[in-house]
Design a protein around this ligand. Sequence first.
Ligand code: 3H9
Length: 695
Amino acid sequence: MTDPVSFLARGRIAIAVIDNPPVNALSHGVRAGLVEALARTAADPALEALVILCRGRTFCAGADVREFGRPFKDPQLGEVVARTEASAKPVIAALHGTALGGGLELALACHFRLAAPSTRLGLPEVKLGIIPGAAGTQRLPRLVPVRAALTMIAEGKDVSATEALKLGLVDAVVEGDLEQAAFDFAEAVLTERRPLRRTGELTPVLDDPGAFDEFTKSLAKKQRGFLAPLEAVKAVRLAYELPFPEGIRRENAMCMELLNGAQSKAQRHAFAIERDIARVPGLPADTPVRAIGRCAVVGSGVMGRGIAVCFANAGIPVTILAHRAESGAAALAAIGKIYAGLVGRGSLAQAEADRRLALITSTLDYPDLKNADLVVEAVAEDLSAKQAVFAQLGAVARAGAILSSNTSFLDLNALGQASGRPADVAGMHFFNPAQTMRLLELVRTPASSPEVVATLMKLGKLLGKVAVTVGAGEGFVANRMLSRRSREALFMLEEGAEPSQIDRVLTDFGFPLGPLAVQDLGGLDVVLATRRARFAQLSPRERSADLLEQLTAAGRLGQKNGKGWYRYDAERRPSPDPEVAQLIARHAAARGIAQRTLADAEVLERCLYAMINEGARLIEAGLVARPHEIDVIWLHGFGFPAYRGGPMYYADQVGLPTVHERLLHYAAQVGPEYFTPAPLLARLAGEGRGFYEPG
Ligand code: 3H9
């Protein structure tokens, strides 16, 4: 018997136990072990049924993604599931944890399925840029209604055990000891002589033929640019159109084509680096962490409220320190509205909303923060105001409390000094709205203790965030790179591009919104405030590119008052505004900038390569240890299309020699201060390497 699968016999029931930590992926050894377990069960007349279950925290979470990208060794998963279904003796899957991808496909091929109550079942392959390849798209529609199949396969959404039972995806949800329950179930199947139910032999019932067009339309919008979701719809349709053997052959071919394509490679890269960044270079895995039982937030504005909600959602009591009684009350009322919205939309039960709300209190007095294990400062972006807060925190917080700031660009070293305990200070840069955005930039200063960093990384996971550790430097990583893209957008507007051209080029590339539409969404006054805060660092041309000043002076604040870079109708649909075009043309004429038609390629290259070049500088300066952090930040903070893997991965795909050559071109055209290639990029390009193969 191969190692990851052991084979036991209890009376007439055989049990195959998969033990392949951490998530019981269907690696080669597991596949071989399952084939052997099936063969032994078939060969032994004393054995009449086979139960398949897993040790550890979960049933199989899918094919082993580490095997992707090279030929799969036999037996392949398709063969394993075919042999499972073909077994003449009943095969029962006992599910717990997350039965995902190939794991669910294995379960679908079993004749019966049981699940522990907390099990989640799904086919999330589209998130890796592929579709199920071991008959999932052909078996699932034979068990559940077409809409449920499309939601699970084309949208990659999982279902709970209870939902699975309702859908007919599992035969029973069982409490208590799963192995015993599976054994009892197998006994009952034999005693009652229940016929084997082979999913592949069922005739799928097309209960809602309109679902295909509907899903195709909505996915083309919601998942614009992604290939796999639309392929998934096509594959599910085949289940109703083709005989089962032909359907699985076609599905597998579609899966393999996607697996070998650029999108899936990029999405698998995104999956891997999201896990890699949890291991912070230089921070040993056994670094002690501090217990976080109570939190506090200083500041009751939009960010402070959102951060408090993040803590309450994770079950952590939190106190908001407000400046005035009215602002504290307003914050609690606004938080009440956030929860009421979730209850109204059906995404949260009223009782749970009440429980979370009860975890949030407000105060006006610093001494009330003395029991907090973590305090996050979220007052206005003003260094002296923040220093005053940190001085107060240094005076009242208990020894060992972590003192954090939500600043998006200010000097954390100065805040550490103000607190008098710099080792306890690190940044927690949440993105707006804090309760929904998954990215959390954790900013460590040279003085931050490793314990503080390790604690905040762990807390980030508990809050459901993708926490990325970066160093303290102007704008950290996210805003530093964003500012380079915004600069180029402004320069290109001066040179003759229209806002709609810049936004279109970047949405065609795959961003959900273009840079100027994003500014309209956040508010041009807010963007201007950030520009003002950075004004001292701007070059003369950047300072004179004062389009934001001019727009806000003309009363254009963005979506909130119906006009910004665009004009908005009552449904907030944007359209180009001739007034803006005239304002930009006048501005260019006044500054002697000749306007011209810019090619889309130039718009794209200047926006992206300016960011990528800055990314290279961030690596060189040690603000991030590797390109991974940068890519994760862009994927989760700014909607960089996952099928392009993140800016640094994308640069590697374009080829650094090409990026380097274009940077030199723009350095000559726009100015060396903006586009001189970063030494790291120049070196890697010269050596024919990429950011991910630095040698
Ligand atoms: C598929 O099945 C294709 C088939 O249809 C057809 C093929 C022909 N393989 O996320 P975590 C590792 S496609 C190998 O931090 P959590 C992960 O890298 C697959 N390793 O934990 C990490 O390793 P490390 C369809 C895997 O508790 C560790 O497990 N399935 C795999 O937050 C812990 O992961 C999926 O897409 C894998 N498949 O979440 C499921 N999955 O510690 C993808 C995880 O060294 N996985 N690892 O960094 C998940 O969604 C989550 O990992 C899961 C656990 C929910 C399972």
